[in-house]
Design a protein around this ligand. Structure first.
Ligand SMILES: Nc1nc2c(c(=O)[nH]1)N[C@H]1C(S)=C(S)[C@@H](COP(=O)(O)O)O[C@H]1N2
Ligand SMILES: [Mo]
Length: 421
């Protein structure tokens, strides 16, 4: 019998059961519904997440709900999202210009007036009651500036299927779900302290003001993902500027979180409230999503994902044609969430020989390095370009990434197809 939500006591009992199981406490999301949902997604080969009232845009020319222009030379549209074409970064600086910074929207970009915006900090992890911050008040706090990347946990996901022959669900990103920006904002720790965060606080739960996410008829509520209070008090920003300009609407304006090194979903855009809790919190974004599921993982999945990994990309379209006997400068970028990149090697013969690439930036944690290597193709035909980075922890990109059903944290060396003509 379907649950009648107008029957309040029945509804409350359902919520209570969910609560007892420790699931999805603020959205009334049933775990079994979610598992069914992901099973359907797997069968359909994609996750099929769409905004309430918005038609699915898979395969469409434009991403409904993104405000900025998305010219095809700069972006590849994937459902409600726009992937940066890596080739469009060639010649740009260390910072990704906003006009080509990828957009990952679960629903659509809301337009929020900074003057009317408020951040409400609340919950039993505060010593007192809720505290509100206006945009003006936030901007009056001590400001910090940092150059950091935001990268989707699923960046590179499509290579699980095209390179490793493995089935995964979710947006079929190549390597363009990353951007590096210079962010300016207040420290989340300052805001939490002003709000009276108590010593017993365990998790904070920032929530976006964008529409609720409805996936295959299950309402997951608004985008929100718990963050341990230790990380929240460490290095997280409440950013209001990106590359020296007020934060644009598509990237979370007027205010978003920027969570250094962590999976992009942590950096909640259009933040409207933050719950501070004395106990662990759950949302679909740290339970059934953004964990590793699959062979070798516990049935309930790995621990919630935190740090991003190590990757490299060429500033060249996949499948590009290049003229034979002509010397060209291959350029690209490498980045790691764990430590600065220490070395980049490139192969132009499918992995047979490797050469050191020249680095054009001082490697820095949280950013990427631009690199280049000259190449004169000698024979015509199909080949693969490979770039392999190592970082200060001693890690080098592996040949194969660890398969997981939702295709997160792809870190293997990508075989970038080109044809010499
Ligand atoms: N409120 C809200 N925050 C969000 C999202 C969203 O859809 N809504 N997407 C998340 C995901 S999955 C990623 S990868 C980053 C993308 O940030 P960008 O669109 O500025 O590139 O924002 C995160 N924050
Ligand atoms: Mo993401």
């Amino acid at each position: 019998m379907p649950i009648d939500l107008s029957d309040e006591s029945r509804y409350d009992r359902t919520r209570l059961r969910q609560w007892a199981r420790g699931r999805a406490r603020s959205a009334g999301v049933d775990r079994r519904d979610l598992l069914k949902l992901f099973a359907m997604g797997a069968a359909a080969g994609s996750l099929g997440v769409a905004a309430a009232g918005t038609a699915s845009a898979a395969g469409a020319e434009a991403a409904p709900g993104i405000v900025k222009p998305l010219p095809p030379e700069l972006f590849t549209i994937r459902g409600t999202n726009a992937e940066t074409n890596f080739a469009a970064l060639r010649g740009t600086g260390r910072l990704t210009p906003v006009d080509r910074f990828f957009v990952r929207n679960h629903t659509s970009t809301p337009r929020i007036d900074a003057g009317a915006w408020r951040l409400k900090v609340w919950g039993d992890g505060l010593a007192g009651g809720p505290v509100e911050f206006s945009y003006e008040r936030l901007r009056a706090l001590r400001a910090v500036e940092r150059t950091l990347f935001i990268e989707c946990a699923g960046n590179g996901r499509s290579f699980y299927s095209t390179q490793q022959g493995q089935a995964v669900t979710g947006t079929a990103w190549t390597l363009g779900a990353i951007g590096v920006a210079h962010w300016r904002g207040a420290r989340l720790s300052d805001v939490l302290r002003l709000a009276g965060v108590s010593r017993g606080a365990v998790d904070v739960l920032p929530r976006g003001l964008d529409d609720e996410v409805v996936a295959n008829w299950v309402n997951l509520g608004r985008v929100r993902r718990p963050l341990p209070v230790t990380k929240a008090l460490d290095d997280v920003l409440l950013a209001y500027e990106m590359n020296g300009r007020p934060l644009p609407p598509d990237h979370g304006g007027p205010v978003r979180l920027v969570v250094p090194d962590w999976v992009g979903i942590s950096s909640i855009k259009w933040v409207g409230d933050i719950e501070v809790s004395g106990e662990a919190l759950y949302s679909p974004w740290n339970t059934d999503m953004y964990r590793l599921f699959g062979p070798g993982q516990p049935a309930e999945g790995s621990a919630p994902l935190t740090r991003q990994t190590l990757k490299s990309a060429f500033e060249l379209p996949l499948g590009a044609s290049v003229p034979v006997h002509r010397t060209r400068l291959l350029t690209g970028r490498s980045w790691s969430a764990a430590a600065p990149v220490t070395r980049v090697e490139v192969s132009t013969d499918g992995g047979g020989h490797w050469r050191r690439a020249r680095m054009h930036d001082t490697p820095q944690r949280g950013g990427w390095v631009r690199w280049s290597v000259p190449w004169t193709p000698r024979t015509t035909g199909a080949t693969a370009l490979l770039a392999r980075a190592s970082d200060g922890t001693g890690r080098t990109q592996p040949e194969t990434a660890v398969h997981n059903t939702q295709g997160y944290l792809f870190d293997a060396v990508v075989r970038h197809p080109v044809t010499v003509v």
